[in-house]
Ligand binder design. Structure first.
Ligand code: ADP
Ligand code: MG
Length: 525
């Protein structure tokens, strides 16, 4: 039977050709971000199609900003984004690991080994590594945790910036941790402010929003308040534009307006009845009621985003209401305090309730710097959360990958047949991290790797990695180069997953794309 009618307008490549193209695409992507890995990694300058620029050292940011067409490259980017979502760090490592696994697989394919044999060997390697991981884990205390967070910031900014970001992130996480050590990410808010130095970044207890109360006559501070959150506004109803008012006598229009105003005042009276002292609306609050709200002692804020209202609702145990008229006592929440404060000339609103919450204010002198500081906080908060939830750590600087590769080689000896070669290829692949770290520091990658392996064996220590300043193998725990176990674990799982799925593809059917013509109105052609 002919396949022509079904596969019309489709470009097809299959078998080894498809695999080779796919592996090339994956390799190209991992080559592109290789130079950013580690503390000595360089930055990338990204320019989007509108000419906006971004300088970053963050693997996932580079990949997500790049316009990539190849579906296999997209799979690699997804693996990196996944890593970012689950472990918050190790995004560059994931892509480099996957690229190396595929490159080594290709060498085996050239020797005549079938991709599915390689896939099976890789799967076995992953399982064995996960079994061995507990052997290299270490417990952590506060000091170690700080080192771990600082390691996650390697290559991003200077030492004092890493210091402050690590301290602030760990403090923020401690503010919201529950008794069972669990941490809800959504309880930490991250806002940024231009002006000042990175070292001025701070964490505040409670929810902090860059907002000012609607009138400066209103009380600045309310303690033990009752808060109402409105998923709407305190404003006149929007009258449809084609409404006709038949004004028959003088004063009708005025009384119409008065009636509208009365409706607003009624809503304020309703709040007073319920004991509300703080009001936050998603939409606007009419100027007409400003004075009245001030008079009755309500502190009011308008245009608060839905996500902020949701956060407030959890912190103050309040329910979002659609209409003020129908609100009841159970909708109203409690706040320990609601304050307006000024930091460096900018107004902020801080609310503390019974529910835990923390707000991190990231600072930096320019928009670009604040952006990068914010991305650093994003990573370090993720790492801090992992540390507080599960305090187990491993050595960085490539030490753990080498320790696992050594175990894997011993395991390979026990596996008969061609899978043994695949397991050895996998062991070689995960050592790539040491090689790239060395390469980026201008140190010879091959002899560095050999030195680290020899030193681990001689000292029977899993903690020997590469000291990038001296170029010598050294104990990473002594140097404070440590990482949460989750990052390494997830990077290995993610990289193996994407490498295996790429190895399994032996047919690529690519629909021919039609050139799209923009729809121009008639007469303009
Ligand atoms: P990723 O996106 O994969 O997290 P990074 O650029 O953050 O990439 O680099 C992380 C790697 O750098 C980890 O393998 C970590 O162990 C290593 N690293 C960080 N600091 C040091 C250091 N001082 N010495 C050696 N290796 C380090
Ligand atoms: Mg990192």
């Amino acid at each position: 039977m002919s396949e022509a009618p079904i596969l019309k307008d489709t470009v097809r490549s299959n078998g080894r050709e498809a695999l080779q193209k796919n592996i090339q695409a994956a390799m190209a992507l991992s080559e592109a971000i290789r130079s950013t890995l580690g503390p000595k990694g360089l930055d990338k300058l990204l320019i989007d199609d509108e000419g906006r620029t971004l300088v970053t050292n963050d693997g996932v940011t580079v990949l997500e900003t790049a316009k990539v067409e190849h579906p296999v490259a997209k799979m690699m980017i997804n693996a990196s984004s996944n890593q970012d979502r689950i472990a918050k760090d190790g995004t560059t490592s994931t892509v480099i690991l996957a690229g190396e696994m595929l490159q080594n697989a290709w060498q085996l394919i050239l020797q005549g080994i079938h991709p599915s044999t390689i896939a099976r060997g890789y799967r076995k390697s992953e399982q064995h590594i996960l079994e061995c991981l507990p052997e290299i884990l270490m417990d952590s205390n506060d000091e170690i945790r700080k080192s771990v967070v600082k390691t996650s910031l390697a290559g991003k900014g200077h030492n004092s910036m890493q210091e402050i970001i690590a301290d602030v992130s760990l403090d923020a996480v401690r503010m919201v941790v529950e008794n069972d050590n669990s941490v809800d990410v959504s309880k930490i808010k991250l806002i940024s402010q231009t002006g000042g130095r990175v070292e001025d970044s701070r964490v505040f207890r409670g929810v902090m929003l860059p907002k000012k109360r609607i009138s400066s006559e209103m009380k600045k501070v309310i303690s033990d308040g009752k808060i109402l959150l409105v998923d709407g506004g305190l404003e006149r109803k929007n009258v449809t534009t084609d409404l006709k008012l038949n004004v028959a006598s003088i004063g009708v229009l005025e009384s119409f307006r008065q009636e509208e105003r009365n409706l607003l005042f009624d809503q304020v009276n309703k709040m007073v009845e319920q004991g509300v002292t703080v009001l936050a609306c998603r939409e606007s609050i009419d100027d007409d009621v400003k004075n009245y709200l001030t008079e009755v002692g309500i502190q009011a804020f308008r245009r608060v985003s839905r996500s902020d209202l949701n956060m407030l609702s959890r912190v103050c145990n309040a329910r979002l209401v659609n209409s003020i008229q129908s609100c009841s006592k159970t909708d109203i929440g409690d706040c320990i305090s609601s304050k307006n404060i000024t930091i460096d000339g900018k107004e902020f609103w801080i609310i503390e309730g019974d529910g835990k919450a923390a707000t991190v204010v990231a600072k930096g002198s320019t928009v670009d710097i604040v952006g990068e500081v914010e991305r650093c906080f994003d990573d370090s908060l993720g790492v801090s959360i992992q540390l507080v939830e599960d305090g187990l750590v491993v050595c960085g600087g490539g030490a753990s990958y080498v320790a696992l590769a050594r175990r894997l080689r011993r395991y390979a000896e026990t596996i008969p047949g061609r899978e043994q070669l695949a397991i050895e290829a996998y062991a070689d692949a995960i050592e790539v991290i040491v090689r790239v770290l060395a390469e980026n520091a201008g140190i010879d990658p091959i002899s560095t790797l050999l030195d680290v392996v020899a030193e681990q064996t001689n000292a029977s220590s899993d903690q020997i990695g590469i000291n990038l300043t001296t170029g010598k193998p050294e104990n990473m725990a002594d140097l404070g180069v440590l990482e949460p176990q989750g990052i390494i674990k997830q990077a290995l799982i993610g990289a193996t997953e994407v490498a295996i799925s790429i190895l399994r593809i032996d047919d690529v059917l690519w629909a021919k794309q039609e050139m799209e013509m923009p729809d121009l109105p008639e007469g303009e052609m």
